[in-house]
Design a protein around this ligand. Structure first.
Ligand code: ZN
Length: 120
């Protein structure tokens, strides 16, 4: 298996435009690196800052290119989180091994707990 590595800057922009996060019809975008329709997104809210923020992971199931970033809560809606019971410390621990973390997200994808859905 190819190990996870970052998208190039150019691919990143395309990847963000391609994100199907919370899109009900289609949840995987086209990967700018390999062209396959397997670009996945996972995000969670974090509150260890003054402002409410969102940590986003975007990765390709096929070629393992990825991008992660912390941003302001631009999504503005509540959404499901299968890892929502973990504390920030536990998340940090989990995310310290990025390969294992992405593998876990893929398993959640296979079991149907991901992609995330809007909460009403
Ligand atoms: Zn790819």
């Amino acid at each position: 298996m190819t190990s996870a590595s970052m998208f190039t800057e150019e691919q990143e922009k395309f990847a963000v435009d391609q994100s199907k996060f919370l899109d009900e019809d289609c949840n995987e975008g086209i990967c700018p690196a390999c062209g396959r329709k397997s670009l996945r997104t996972y995000a969670y809210h974090t509150e260890n800052r003054v402002r409410k923020s969102v940590v986003t992971y975007m990765w390709c199931f096929s070629c393992r290119k990825m991008k992660t970033w912390l941003g302001a809560d631009a999504i503005g809606v509540a959404f499901s989180d299968p890892l929502g019971n973990y504390s920030l410390a536990e998340r940090k621990e989990m995310e310290s091994d990025i390969e294992a973390f992405l593998h876990r997200l893929d398993q959640l994808w296979s079991s149907g707990e991901l992609p995330q859905k809007k909460l009403h």
